[in-house]
Design a protein around this ligand. Sequence first.
Ligand code: SF4
Ligand code: SF4
Length: 449
Amino acid sequence: MNIATTETATSPSRSLGNYLAGDVPDENKWADCVHCGLCLEACPTYLETGHEHQSPRGRVHLIKSVADGKIELNESFMDPVFTCLDCRACETACPANVQVGGLIEEARGQIRRAMPLKGWRGAVSRFFLNGVFPNPDRLTKLGGLLKFLRKSGLLALARKTGLIKVLPSHLEEMERVTPEIGVPVRKKFPEVIPVRGERKKRVGLLTGCVMDVVFSNVNEATVRVLTQNGYEVHVPRDQTCCGALHVHAGDRESGRKLARKNIEAFNDAEHVLVNAAGCGCAMKEYPELFREDPESREKAEAFAEKVTDVSKFLYDHGFEPPKGRIDARVTYHDACHLAHGQGVREEPRSLLREIPGLELVDMPHADRCCGSAGIYNLTHPEMAGAILEQKMTYVPEEVELISMGNPGCMLQMAVGVLRHGRSAKVVHTMELLDRSYQIEDQTGTDREV
Ligand code: SF4
Ligand code: SF4
């Protein structure tokens, strides 16, 4: 291996082969790869293409080859690294615990430093990553614009006249499945939301950036479920976007800035609950962003320990089984960053099984990626579309509901339902739990909180 300096892993100026100095991919993450290929059949992009360089093993080999000085940090390296969904299915399959996702993110950081996005792509990327996602008020305004276009009939007119066709078809479909824009939780509720009944403990809640605008109903349902179960919800006003999209896009510096802000915002929280798998996974991995900064890394490690998906928290800390009946068949889709990224699989299913009347129907390959992968469905619409097609073949025909725990998956699966003319409704697990509690309240069934 060609390591150009002998500096320690904590040095900010450390070099490695053909990588730029500083924040280089971590050799420990590929050290145990034995090239066995057990990860290949788990990888959606390998299954689609059959190409070794679009497989986990191939990508790990390429990332190591740049470190060994055998290949350049160039455009040809960029394609396999950015075509990866960062879905982590390979990590579940790998017997040697090779952390492919982390390597991909580190390699992307290097690529974006060496080859920054230019022209309109760079402008759009900077506008959203730096101008919109970390700024909740701007996001709310964008949500308000969509609301206005819908309410005023302008969007309907654009559809009628065919003007909407100026948008790429996947964007148009995405708009069609985007729910009604509600009021963000951080605007609708006080900073500390009291419990119903006896207070068990206080929890912090990440409201997220897109989540609190596009899926404010899910955030609201999450707040109701928590407060009904005795968990006082603290929504720190100075929290920000988790930075997952930035890190996926290779902008690790912005990821670090956002991470620092969230670590500070949730400083007093004993638990930081998250209802979006991608955000939860990114926050649990904050320490990876600070490999060269031991002091920040220590803080990030303490923070990551507190981060928990809301379904796992309820399962582990106790919740009152709801009594309201929902007579329907539901199937559960494992969001990659929940199942592969955080090992949360049984907990949401257990919550669903507690809802009276709800029949949980198994989905084969439930943990196979749907193609959403953050904004992958926007940057790689063809590959994402092919992966979604495959995913839809696994969704049982007889279900009325498809439940999951990630907003990106919700939009992508709703596009799948739309394309296939299916009638199943895509829901977040918290929405179903909340619905059952609400039905219980309406029907007056006694329930001790
Ligand atoms: S990443 Fe893991 S499963 Fe894939 S080839 Fe390497 S050791 Fe085998
Ligand atoms: S993260 Fe997903 S897409 Fe990327 S190499 Fe692993 S399995 Fe393939």
